[in-house]
Ligand binder design. Structure first.
Ligand SMILES: [Zn+2]
Length: 263
């Protein structure tokens, strides 16, 4: 099982080595900004690397919203990131499920997701698997709870679309982790990546506050059980820098019975 971490984008392979990780996730631009990603000078080295790469799209992207001034640039930015992720040989591009504004019809939000995939298909395709991630908060989210996720999949399921399950977001979002993988797979048919995070916020708090696996409000054995059931690669998005994340990766390897890759 491949296990890694969300790391700084300057030298992701060095970050992977520092954590004995065989998988890394990183941003290709400022996650709070609208700038298109620049081509990376290390693209060839990244493509050739043994480490599996995942790209996380900027947080500002919200393709579901009814607000044109956010939705239209979000689509473009998502496609730009997918193209840039493909250029470095990434295994997937993770993007949050997004939301509509209070009072807006969530059905339109799901249809906006469908239009996003149609737009990408008309533009030559994303070029890399797009993995929609569940989110922790809000009353109008497309992928916080599974009833919404089912409606989202009804809208986008005809396209090639993957799913990234974040344990912190699920728990803080109000979904019990016990049996969650089966309930998700009944909707999506797949889990492509697990974001293994503990949660500083309590169950159903709606708070997106990640903690190290041994901390937080989730029994870490439940996180392990989710990973085992999902059978998907794992990325920890936990605090504490190299030491904190390396400890989380070691914890998972120990409990999953997987070996540290040879340096
Ligand atoms: Zn996540």
């Amino acid at each position: 099982m491949r296990i890694g971490a969300h790391v700084d984008s300057t030298d992701p392979l060095a970050e992977a080595a520092a954590r004995s990780a065989d998988t890394v996730q990183f941003f290709l631009s400022d996650p709070q900004g609208w700038k298109a990603p620049k081509p990376r000078e290390d693209a060839e080295r990244l493509r050739a690397a043994e480490v599996d790469l995942y790209v996380h799209a900027p947080y500002v992207i919200n393709v579901a919203t009814l607000n044109n001034r956010i939705r239209i640039p979000s689509r473009k930015l998502l496609l730009g990131h997918a193209t840039a992720a493909a250029a470095i040989g990434a295994k997937g591009l993770i993007v949050h499920g997004g939301h509509v504004n209070a009072g807006d019809d969530l059905a339109v939000g799901f249809d906006n997701w469908r239009k996003t995939f149609a737009y990408a298909a008309d533009s030559g395709g994303f070029g890399v698997p797009v993995l929609i991630e569940n989110t922790a908060g809000g009353d109008n989210a497309c992928a916080r709870r599974l009833d919404a996720l089912a409606r989202l999949w009804d809208a986008v399921g005809d396209h090639e679309v993957g799913f990234c399950l974040d344990t912190c977001h699920a728990y803080a979002g109000g979904e019990e982790l016990l049996g969650l993988v089966d309930r998700v797979k009944a909707i999506t048919g797949r889990i492509d990546l697990v974001h293994a995070n503990n949660s500083k916020g309590t169950f159903n708090s709606g708070q997106d506050r990640h903690d190290n696996l041994g901390g937080g409000t989730i029994d870490p054995e439940l996180v392990v059980a989710v990973i085992r059931a999902a059978g998907a690669p794992v990325v920890v998005e936990t605090p504490g820098g190299v030491a904190g994340q390396a400890a989380d990766i070691d914890f998972l390897r120990e409990h999953l019975g997987t070996e540290t890759p040879a340096a």
